[in-house]
Design a protein around this ligand. Structure first.
Ligand code: NAP
Length: 285
């Protein structure tokens, strides 16, 4: 049982963790913080948190676990601001979508507190944001990846693992860099592609007509282009190396398809499509 959980950033990810732990009866009190008073009040009124703090210091000073769920670009400054106010044995963890840059920041600023930091990433989400988007079952049967580093205390990892398991999630551990490459491939690159495709179509004069005829496949593929622009900007900038590597690889694949279409090379097209179909059909039933 967690006595006091501080959630910094009470939107989809932070709010859903709070709701899940409250519903499971695994937390006594959740204190939430967001910069805007209106967001804090909304989270309080929706029952996402038990108490709204009006400063980061007030949110964390008696917390046993502190969960950071702010956009990636704000993680470092939030971490720096809260450090002087946390209890010595408090555990700090996060739900940020990329891990390398934040771990570098933590190494630079946390000193002896570094052992209490457990980097993490729930592989669950929707394209909605804010406290009203939070729901208690977001993490049920989803994966959560923790990326502890050499300095991380194993007891802190155990506590954070148990916290996520209480939400119904399956918890995995991964090396920081490996996490960032894997997530760039499965999440960050697909978002870049979807934003680019929808943005490209939106610039056409006949956009309304084109989208009028969009069928289910386009809706499926383009759904993730409804994600929050600030959040996705921050993810791209904080995991740039891995994403750029994959964009290069993707461009090579696209060129191969372009050449095959130009030269009417149906065999190449069929081979690429069959291989992709087989890869998807065997892994996603
Ligand atoms: P969200 O719904 O937009 O919530 C973000 C929250 O952070 C809001 O309460 C916002 O309120 C607060 N916030 C923003 N900047 C802040 C700052 N400088 N100090 C304190 N609070 C701040 O975003 P989310 O979808 O929950 O994403 C949160 C994190 O989870 C991100 O790092 C994201 O990469 C990660 N993540 C997202 C998903 C997803 O699918 N959405 C999945 C996995 C991981 P104010 O604006 O009022 O401050």
């Amino acid at each position: 049982m967690i006595n006091r959980l501080a959630v910094i950033g009470v939107g989809l990810i932070g709010g859903s963790l709070s709701l899940a732990l409250k519903e499971a009866g695994k937390v006594k009190e959740v204190i939430g913080y967001a910069r805007s008073e209106s967001v804090r009040q909304e989270a309080l009124e929706l029952g996402v948190i038990d108490r709204a703090a009006d400063s980061i210091a007030d949110a964390v000073n008696e917390a046993d676990i502190i969960f950071l769920a702010v956009p990636m670009a704000a993680m470092g400054s939030v971490l720096e601001e809260l450090l002087p106010h946390v209890k010595a044995d408090a555990i700090i963890t996060d739900g940020g979508s990329a891990k390398g840059q934040l771990v570098d920041i933590a190494r630079n600023i946390m000193g002896e507190q570094l052992g209490q930091f457990v980097p993490g990433h729930p592989i669950a989400g929707t394209e909605k944001s804010g406290p009203s988007a939070a729901f208690s079952t977001l993490y049920k049967d989803h994966r959560v990846v923790l990326t502890p580093i050499d300095e991380t205390n194993s007891s802190a990892v155990e506590t954070v693992t148990a916290m996520w398991q209480a939400t119904g999630a399956d918890v995995y551990e991964m090396d920081v860099q490996h996490h960032d490459v894997v997530l760039a491939a499965t999440s960050h690159l697909p978002h870049v592609l979807a934003f680019n495709l929808v943005g490209m179509l939106a610039e056409r004069d006949d956009c309304d007509e084109v989208l009028h005829y969009a069928a289910g496949g386009f809706r499926d593929f383009s759904r993730i282009a409804s994600g929050d622009a600030v959040m996705w900007r921050d993810i791209c900038l904080s995991n740039s190396d891995a994403i750029l590597g994959l964009i290069q690889q993707y461009k090579q694949g696209l060129s191969k398809l372009e050449d095959a279409i130009k030269s009417q090379d149906g065999d190449t097209l069929k081979a690429v499509f069959e291989s992709a179909k087989q890869a998807r059909d065997t892994r996603f039933k």
